[in-house]
Design a protein around this ligand. Structure first.
Ligand code: CP
Length: 313
């Protein structure tokens, strides 16, 4: 495998070979775990017992935090999850000072989700211990992009030439941005449909649709996105009822979708606003498979960072 950067904030830090080697190893771990319930053949779990992963999530998370925690524990690592609600942040300590103190405890790896604090960003970037981003504000979510790419490649072998449709809030969603970038990088054709205030504003080629029906008929992969009205710094507040009527993914609204297309969503979704839970039962839904794949991608990534592979893997 090629040299891994000391910390991971953007998928652009990872070269193509690293990503595909990582996915090969992800498949090895997934197959081993699903057939035997452990990964001891491929991972030095005795060494893992000596190492500590610290989770520092300063924004809410279910999937990413518990995925990293589960991944670390399945590898045999020790895990400590920082709990902001019972921390000295409640007494006025800054996020950057919090991180300095956590780093001083000498964990072997930190996984961090955080917002817009530039001082914390600099501290994470300059840390002497490796840091993996668990998502930063609306800017990026590299491991979500990796697990989404893994899920689509697992389905179609390659993203090259596949039509990937993003529905809704691309502008304010960290998961959307990182995933859009990685699919474009690996040759996917990117489409988008949603309210004009929430469209993609970057340099990549994106085909814009005005109607959900027309867009889903075009797509091989449909990616729903949560409406992120809580990110008030972007101004636009979208009216939920109108949004749901035009863009919610439901069994009826995906009627034009091809039978061999797939439906994804990074989660969480807002029931009946951006996604209808009835779609989880659609045979084309990969929403929960994304979560499972995320576990094994993160296990492989942690092994890479902490040097836990047995030599032949
Ligand atoms: N997809 C994702 O990042 O979900 P969480 O916010 O629950 O971690």
């Amino acid at each position: 495998m090629s040299q891994v950067k000391p910390s991971l904030f953007k998928t652009a830090q990872l070269d193509d070979k690293f990503i595909h080697d990582l996915f090969s190893k992800t498949k090895i771990l997934k197959t081993a775990f699903e057939s035997s319930g452990h990964v001891r053949k491929d991972v030095d779990t005795d060494r893992a017992k000596e190492l500590l992963v610290l989770l520092m999530f300063l924004e809410p998370s279910t999937r990413t935090r518990l995925s990293f925690e589960t991944a670390a524990k399945r590898l045999g690592l020790q895990v400590i999850a920082f709990d902001e609600a019972s921390s000295s942040i409640k007494k006025g300590e800054s996020q950057v000072d919090t991180f300095r103190n956590l780093a001083a405890l000498q964990p072997n790896l930190v996984v961090a989700r955080h917002g817009e604090d530039p001082a914390l960003e600099r501290a994470l970037e300059n840390a002497k211990i490796p840091v993996i981003s668990g998502g930063q504000s609306a800017h990026g979510h590299p491991t979500q992009a990796l697990l989404d790419l893994f899920t689509v490649e697992d389905e179609f072998k390659s993203v090259q030439g596949r039509k990937i449709l993003f529905v809704g809030d691309v502008k304010r969603g960290r998961a959307a941005l990182s995933t859009l970038e990685i699919f474009s990088r690996f040759g996917g054709k990117i489409g988008w449909v949603g309210p004009k205030e929430l469209g993609y504003e970057g340099p990549l080629n994106v085909e814009r649709f005005s109607k959900l029906d027309q867009a889903t008929a075009w797509a091989d992969v449909v990616i729903g996105l949560r409406l992120q009205n809580e990110r008030t710094q972007f101004g636009a507040q979208i009216e939920l009822q109108k949004y749901a009527a035009d863009f919610c993914l439901t069994p009826a609204s995906v009627r034009a979708l091809k039978t061999d297309a797939i439906i994804m969503h990074p989660g969480p979704f807002i029931q009946g606003v951006d996604f209808d839970e009835a779609l989880l039962n659609d045979s084309r839904s990969r929403v929960l498979r994304q979560v499972t794949n995320g576990l094994f991608v993160r296990m492989a990534l942690i092994c890479e960072y902490l040097g836990l592979w047995r030599s032949k893997t």
